[in-house]
Design a protein around this ligand. Sequence first.
Ligand SMILES: C[S@@+](CC[C@H](N)C(=O)[O-])C[C@H]1O[C@@H](n2cnc3c(N)ncnc32)[C@H](O)[C@@H]1O
Length: 222
Amino acid sequence: MPPRVAAHRVFLQEFFRTFHTTGAVLPSSRFLGAALARFVRERDADRPLRILEVGPGTGAVTQQIVKSMKSGDALDLAEINPTFVQVLQRRFASEPEFQAIAGQTRVFCGPVEDLESGEPYDVLISGLPLNNFSVDEVERILETFRRLARPGGTLSFFEYIAVRAAKSVISPRRSERERLKGVGRTLDEFLAGAERQAVWRNIPPAWVHHVRLGDIIAKPQA
Ligand SMILES: C[S@@+](CC[C@H](N)C(=O)[O-])C[C@H]1O[C@@H](n2cnc3c(N)ncnc32)[C@H](O)[C@@H]1O
């Protein structure tokens, strides 16, 4: 079975088995991956980057990150699901693009909240399905991102366009509608003034949010 098909199969299986943490039926498209990897490509300085990808799943976004890595960069991956960790380890052992930077990469199997603060990260990229989590979980995760980033470091993450807004109106359970509205308020506060990029070539289409932690990336003037 071609590796891409095998990865899709594992993803779908984990969607049914661990819906709360997986939160998507399909891995991200290469267009969404490229948008999320923007700050690995567009560097502020020539110095090596410390990159953290949170929730890499089967490596769809990781693949776009590794294409833009340079020698001296370091990539850490934090993935809660051991089945996805096995897929990632196979990719780093067997696929040339992944093999090329395997020596610069570490994979942590566990929740990102448990990652210890070491040397701070310049670039954080998250695939976490925040809209599946409670308000408390979302707040804890956003706090974790702040703790792990260097001042002025970037965070890029995505959410599917219109899904939260639609579900917070049509969901049959009131508690679910309230949860989603609470997550929306927490994210709106966190993202006030941040840059938002639409990626239509993904199923479903997604917003990518780019935030400079401790600061906001201003939208270019039209
Ligand atoms: C929507 S999937 C995204 C997968 C991949 N980045 C992509 O875009 O195709 C969410 C991923 O986050 C992982 N995850 C969920 N909660 C996590 C946590 N607290 N810490 C680390 N990984 C987590 C899931 O296991 C899953 O791999």
